[in-house]
Design a protein around this ligand. Structure first.
Ligand SMILES: C[S@@+](CC[C@H](N)C(=O)[O-])C[C@H]1O[C@@H](n2cnc3c(N)ncnc32)[C@H](O)[C@@H]1O
Length: 268
């Protein structure tokens, strides 16, 4: 992970080429940001990337990290499960240097999980290998709120692919900002925030991907084992000058945060 990266003009950024509402870039600058964010989130939730009791899972053979980004959690998962086939799925390719370091039980795949369709061709690795019915033991997904525009379909697809007793761990963020250690929402009065929410909803995305996950999981027939919430906070700096307007609101009082929710469910 680079200590500092330059902020590139939007025209010089690179993006995925698969049909999806996901708008963030996939270049080296973004990969550094994702790695830094992943490390910060692990610290925030207590030092381990996964909160499901996966070390104690036995007799398992297949797991997936959906929207794996740079593959950082996929590799951690592959190390926890050395005898399990672990897939990292994303819209974008995982960086070559990460692929070289990955344990032999890791496989990488490209695709949009919302396009899993068992009535369609088995030439698609998602249909043929990853999401075959009742075979996955552990499905991990983290920070997917900008990429999933149908959460009902997402969790139905995941539930169908899970074997009975299998676990889904979903970690995601809501797009409201709260006062320190409270549920008092500050952002409803921020003009830029109203524009972000309107744009997000216009794209069919949810601003409550973290806190609504349990509802969609229950609707997909899954049993909720635990829901944990954390205060996710970030403060823009002089290195991100385009974010200064946002920074004025975010840093107007200490501890302004979003809700980050970790939901763990089991298939009965
Ligand atoms: C914010 S990044 C998070 C990456 C990684 N999970 C992490 O926490 O470091 C979201 C990732 O999900 C991927 N993604 C978004 N929507 C997706 C979809 N429908 N199917 C597969 N991958 C998706 C994006 O390409 C991006 O790499």
């Amino acid at each position: 992970m680079a200590a500092e990266t330059a902020v590139l003009p939007p025209t010089e950024r690179q993006y995925h080429s698969i049909s999806s509402p996901y708008v963030l870039p996939n270049d080296a600058v973004e990969q550094d940001r994702l790695d830094a964010q992943a490390a910060a989130i692990v610290e925030m939730i207590g030092g381990a990337p996964f909160l499901a009791p996966i070390q104690s899972m036995t007799g398992i053979s297949k797991a997936v990290d959906v929207g794996c980004g740079t593959g950082i959690a996929t590799i951690q998962m592959a190390k926890v499960f050395p005898s399990v086939k672990v897939y990292g799925l994303d819209l974008s390719p995982v960086p070559e240097d990460v692929r070289k370091l990955a344990p032999a039980n890791t496989s990488w795949a490209m695709g949009n999980i919302l396009e899993v369709d068992h009535g369609q061709s088995t030439s698609n690795v998602m249909n043929r290998e990853i999401f075959t019915p009742s075979e996955l033991d552990y499905i991990f997904g983290k920070m997917l709120f900008l990429g999933i525009n149908d959460w009902s379909r997402y969790f139905t697809t995941a539930a169908e692919a899970l074997r009975p007793g299998g676990i889904i761990e979903h970690q995601d963020l809501d797009w409201k900002f709260y006062r320190f250690r409270t549920s008092e929402c500050l952002s409803d009065g921020w003009e830029w925030h109203r524009a972000v929410v309107a744009g997000t909803e216009h794209a069919g995305l949810s601003t409550r991907a973290g806190s609504d996950a349990a509802k969609f999981m229950r609707d997909a027939g899954l049993e909720v084992l635990s829901i944990q919430t954390f205060e996710f906070s970030f403060v823009p700096s002089s290195k991100t000058p385009d974010s200064q307007a946002m920074g004025r609101d975010l840093s107007s009082e200490p501890g302004v945060h979003q809700k980050y929710t970790v939901t763990i469910v089991r298939k009965l």
